[in-house]
Design a protein around this ligand. Structure first.
Ligand code: F6R
Length: 256
């Protein structure tokens, strides 16, 4: 894992945006895995500001609530179009977001996995992290080999996401999410976390044991992961000074 700690969220987003932009320059038809929630908003704004060419890009989103109408303001369909897709020249047919209203959910999930495979696999997966360590909506004790499937949110996640829905009760309890096994097959993972409320989950994921209790810790087994943090999210990392030292002493060819 490469841990990149920046003083502010904005600075961390700028680094993350340069990582994504470099990929799109090197591979204009890249396949991106995308996340929703508060965390990637700054990254998406930075990418929009870069005026990149998205015409050949394909995207797969990590997750979606089950049972919310697609047009609901809090559906991840609405989120993605509002915060990214409508601002870039992506082709509508290249956008993939799980269908939370699929009649046959297991069948839909298997087909989603097939679509990712047919697209050639995900080149770069953007991830946020839950306060309980979830990535996608793979809640604690999710199988580290899991594939796209239905999951039930933890009460903690419902509490965390109540801010989007007005109340905890209004948060849908079920979701479709890519599995940890799916995420682990992305060629590169880019995990973002900001704020003190993510510091424990990040410390466990980066420096703790690999355990399904903190699903993000599975990323320790992935060959190419970059973790972009602001100072508060990095505040519980025991080796933070070393990670800063590594970043400050990168060979020129490794700098993005
Ligand atoms: C959303 C997703 C989740 C979020 C996580 C953090 O697509 O995959 O794992 O990244 O719940 O949410 P925020 O960013 O709102 O704190």
């Amino acid at each position: 894992m490469e841990i990149i700690i920046q003083a502010t969220q904005q600075a961390a987003n700028e680094v993350a945006a340069r990582i994504v932009a470099r990929l799109l320059h090197e591979k204009p038809n890249a396949v991106l895995g995308l996340a929703t929630g508060s965390t990637p908003l700054g990254l998406y704004q930075a990418l929009i500001g870069m005026n990149l060419d998205w015409s050949q890009v394909t995207t797969f989103n990590l997750d979606e609530y089950i049972g919310l109408p697609r047009e609901h303001p809090q559906s991840y369909h609405s989120f993605m179009w509002e915060n990214l897709f409508q601002h870039v020249n992506i082709a509508k047919e290249n956008v993939h977001i799980p269908d939370g209203n699929a009649e046959d959910i297991p069948k839909f999930c298997a087909a989603y996995e097939d679509q990712i495979r047919t697209a050639g696999g995900i080149d770069l997966q953007v991830l946020g992290i839950g306060t309980d360590g979830h990535i996608g909506f793979n809640e604690p004790t999710s199988s580290l080999a899991s594939r796209t499937r239905i999951k039930t949110l933890t009460q903690q996640t419902c509490k965390d996401n109540a801010r989007f829905f007005g109340s905890e009760e209004a948060v849908p309890k079920h979701v479709i999410t890519m599995g940890i096994g799916t995420i682990m097959e992305a060629r590169q993972n880019l995990l973002l976390a900001f704020g003190d409320n993510k510091s424990s989950a990040i410390a466990e994921a980066v420096e703790g044991p690999i355990t399904s209790i903190n699903p993000a810790s599975a990323l320790q087994m992935h060959p190419l992961v970059k973790v972009c943090l602001d100072d508060p999210a990095a505040s519980k990392l025991q080796r933070a000074d070393y990670y800063r030292w590594v970043y400050d002493n990168k060979p020129a060819w490794q700098i993005f």
